[in-house]
Design a protein around this ligand. Structure first.
Ligand SMILES: Nc1ncnc2c1ncn2[C@@H]1O[C@H](COP(=O)(O)OP(=O)(O)OP(=O)(O)O)[C@@H](O)[C@H]1O
Ligand SMILES: [Mg+2]
Length: 271
């Protein structure tokens, strides 16, 4: 099997106004297992796009392929007409993609505020330069970063616990903290890997409203992996369904919900 890898600067389409993310024939093998199998889809500007499917379907692997944590065995991913494939995760983040993780990745021994500030520092050019030179951030920058981080904590409802260690937060709160940290990178495309996992039903309902509000406030496009079907159906503009690495359905929630292949995949999972 040959993997044609086009030049990283070469657009794979004109990057039309409506389409921001393009996956083309994306495949990822782990030894004999094909975790993602020849998957192609487009995500349009401003939409909340759901990626669903049974356990082990390849959803998180797809996120890893988009955000550069995993390299495809074949195929490419492009953002606004420019290839992401071949770039490092931080280069992809700089292009405006930020994510949260299914297995939460916070600095447990740092405060909520520090977790968000670190992401913010990474985003600031002067922060990086001073960091490389071994200098602490300038006092003005530190103040600005702190103020912005507090705003983001306020937004996710955690500002009153800004100084508490992340490890002491309940799961649902850790997930919201991860969202604040992702927003500190000023993304245009936000990828959320099971944001409702560990949340109670009240929190889940609140999360839907919150995700919609975030899209509005930050003018975001959102990619969402989620198992909680009512949340996905109520929130997403379009949904793609993976099963054993393959894209078996894509479309609006009503169309996907009634698709026999989708029903079969989920009944098979439950059986
Ligand atoms: N680094 C890896 N090495 C080997 N196999 C992997 C690796 N990452 C994922 N896999 C396998 O690839 C398949 C897809 O995994 P993935 O985590 O993408 O599924 P998922 O759809 O996110 O599932 P879940 O809903 O349980 O989170 C699984 O069979 C998994 O065991
Ligand atoms: Mg997963």
């Amino acid at each position: 099997m040959t993997t044609a890898m086009p030049d990283a600067a070469q657009p794979i389409s004109a990057g039309t106004a409506a389409t921001v993310l393009e996956a083309r024939g994306v495949t990822r093998r782990f030894g004999g297992l094909v975790a993602v199998n020849n998957v192609s889809f487009d995500v349009r500007e401003g939409e909340i796009f759901g990626l669903i499917g049974p356990n082990g379907a390849g959803k998180t692997t797809m996120f890893n392929l988009i955000t550069g944590l995993t390299a495809p065995s074949a195929g490419v991913v492009a953002y606004k007409g420019t290839l992401l494939t071949g770039l490092k995760p931080h280069q992809i983040a700089r292009r405006g993609l930020a994510r949260t993780f299914q297995n939460i990745r916070l600095f447990g021994n740092l405060s909520a505020l520090e977790n968000v500030m670190i992401a913010r520092h990474i985003h600031t050019h002067t922060g990086i330069l001073r960091g490389v030179l071994g200098l602490p951030p300038s006092p003005q920058e530190e103040r600005a970063v702190r103020a912005r981080a507090l705003e983001l904590l306020e937004l996710v409802g955690l500002s009153d616990r800004a100084t508490q260690q992340a490890r002491n937060f309940a799961y649902g709160d850790q997930r919201r903290l991860e969202i604040a940290r992702a927003l500190a990178l000023e993304p245009r495309l936000l990828l959320l890997d099971e944001p409702a996992a560990g949340m109670n039903s009240n929190e889940k309902q609140g999360l839907s409203d919150f995700i919609r509000a975030m899209r509005q406030t930050f003018d975001l496009t959102i990619l969402l992996i989620e198992h909680h079907v009512p949340l996905v159906m109520g929130l997403c503009d379009r949904i793609a369904v993976l099963d054993f690495g393959q894209l078996i359905a894509i479309g609006d929630p009503a169309k996907v919900r009634d698709d026999p292949a989708v029903i079969e995949a989920y009944l098979g999972d439950e059986g």
